[in-house]
Ligand binder design. Sequence first.
Ligand SMILES: Nc1ncnc2c1ncn2[C@@H]1O[C@H](COP(=O)(O)OP(=O)(O)OP(=O)(O)O)[C@@H](O)[C@H]1O
Ligand SMILES: [Mg+2]
Length: 372
Amino acid sequence: MATVTYDQATRVYPGSEKPAVDKLDIEIEDGEFLVLVGPSGCGKSTSLRMLAGLEDVNGGSIRIGDRDVTHLPPKDRDIAMVFQNYALYPHMTVADNMGFALKIAGVPKPEIRQKVEDAAKILDLTEYLGRKPKALSGGQRQRVAMGRAIVREPQVFLMDEPLSNLDAKLRVQTRTQIAGLQRRLGITTVYVTHDQVEAMTMGDRVAVLKDGLLQQVDTPRRMYDRPANLFVAGFIGSPAMNLVEVPIADGGVKFGNSVVPVEREALATAADKGDTTVTVGVRPEHFGLANGDGTAVSKDEPAGIAVTVNVVEELGADGYIYGSAKVGGREHDIVVRVPGREVPEKGSVVHVVPRGGETHVFSTSTGERLSD
Ligand SMILES: Nc1ncnc2c1ncn2[C@@H]1O[C@H](COP(=O)(O)OP(=O)(O)OP(=O)(O)O)[C@@H](O)[C@H]1O
Ligand SMILES: [Mg+2]
């Protein structure tokens, strides 16, 4: 087992001026499950491949434990990688597929068999060891690919979108299995996905990348509760956080009919930059419904904005309304979570206000978080 350190690690592809990964700094703890997430092309695979030794590092360094591996060949790094297309050998049995790397390394046959059987037990593959990959389901093949990595007992697992070939239901099952397995084995793991739900449910910590730049590394809870900037705020969470640009008012921000109190320091910082507006973020579950006539429900919750309901999504326990509202002089799409038994009708107008203390304030000009 080992820690993994990206220290200002940079990758510039030949023929490109802009780094695909720009001065990446992450310290991954021993045994940690770290997820790299971000939109397509943000540099996730490149970051992983730099750690694997499949991509040159053009600046900075990468360490596994105390070893500087920046310029070591892949085979000397003591890592095992699971790719998106698991690339199983079709003519080999599951057992041979799983043991192949050990065979190449010259490990004695009985030892290989023992390791393959142990891994098969962990992965629930024992009864399939004699089969060829084509006689397996997608999920089973995925587990064989995992098995191939496990038998090598590496210091670090690297996984690049290993679930993207599976259908939605199997993906949910398998992500729980992988996360559980990783916890049991305790092997430091770096896992790449573009799916923020997968990132949030699997990772001990999540690292969000955009355009080759690290935006934030945090636990899923912290990432959700305290996104560091507008990009992370909009990227993490489903349905996404409502983000609206609103004028700064005395003691707060003007949110429709109401002045919603926000931290003074946040507004002072915005004013220092010369901004007259801030961008306020409210998660769908952090809106409260005001009374029908728009009066306050309580003193703490002044009446806010009038949302015209365009689409209603009923999920049983709760529901989401997708509507539009005029805030800060502009029409905005607004998503509000409501209790399952109080879902308003399509076409109706509801008045909503952000619950006290549940707003996020960002600089409109720089996107950085201003509130605590
Ligand atoms: N071999 C290469 N040569 C030149 N540019 C590359 C190469 N591989 C990737 N890139 C570029 O580097 C950037 C990062 O690519 P990367 O594959 O790391 O993205 P990603 O986050 O894994 O995206 P996806 O979610 O689509 O897999 C992209 O702009 C991509 O076009
Ligand atoms: Mg990729």
